[in-house]
Design a protein around this ligand. Sequence first.
Ligand SMILES: Nc1ncnc2c1ncn2[C@@H]1O[C@H](COP(=O)(O)OP(=O)(O)OP(=O)(O)O)[C@@H](O)[C@H]1O
Ligand SMILES: [Mg+2]
Length: 264
Amino acid sequence: MGRVVIEYRFVISLGLATIVGTVGLHVWPFPSQHPLLGLIAVNRPVVFAGFAYAYATASFTTPFLLINVMASFAYIFVARADRTVRRLPLPLYPRPEQRDQLFLILGEQHRRTSVLPSAEPRWLTIPERGLYTGIAIIGAIGTGKTSACMYPYVEQLVGYRANDRARKVGGMVLEVKGDFCHHVRELLERYGRGDDYIEVSLDSKYRYNPLHNDLDAWPWRDDDDGVHMWTHWAKDVEESLVAAKVPFQVVGSKTDEGEVEKAA
Ligand SMILES: Nc1ncnc2c1ncn2[C@@H]1O[C@H](COP(=O)(O)OP(=O)(O)OP(=O)(O)O)[C@@H](O)[C@H]1O
Ligand SMILES: [Mg+2]
């Protein structure tokens, strides 16, 4: 009942003001018999008429304003107290293979200015155009970078339109630990894309030999003192091997020559 009154406070204020104004005009009519007003009526009939209309108008507008202000206070202080917040659930998680657009769901989106759950939570997403730039996942050791970010994010990308040959997404995984690619392979198989997995390694028919190139064997030379920069060369080979996920052990900054030969 109270909620309905608050809801329709404007219309109710209008109705009450009409009643109060009508009664008020009957009880306190315009004092046209007042000698001063009588003088004005004789000398300035237009001004007198203006006073009479203003009086009648004020008899309705004044109670309307007062009632409306009181109703607004009631709305602010009374209605807010018993207002029950209806929390909506998150929208249904859109399955990657059924999404119309390519986007990445990072998590839930709640209030932006306070750490409180929102009554209407939404998915926090990065649209496709935001996926062409980099994403850095930063956190201390074992805080869930891989399990809470990498796995679900890659699953969304791998699973996007998995059955649509023209729209499914491809990518390259460069990693150091060597276990993430197995997870990607499982994901691809789960989405029926097992054949899309290609591993670049010595066991595979796809191999990468960083030493097989047209570069000068002495490309790094310190011109000032004539010392060949072997350490730079070794470091570059090391980085190439790691980037290509070639399973060779590299000790410190000095590349194990036997292993490099094997790679070659
Ligand atoms: N929110 C969580 N609640 C419970 N366990 C979690 C949560 N997030 C991660 N874990 C668990 O913590 C362990 C470490 O997680 P994860 O490997 O994802 O961390 P990481 O940040 O990638 O670690 P690293 O720095 O070693 O790569 C895993 O066993 C994972 O299941
Ligand atoms: Mg990790």
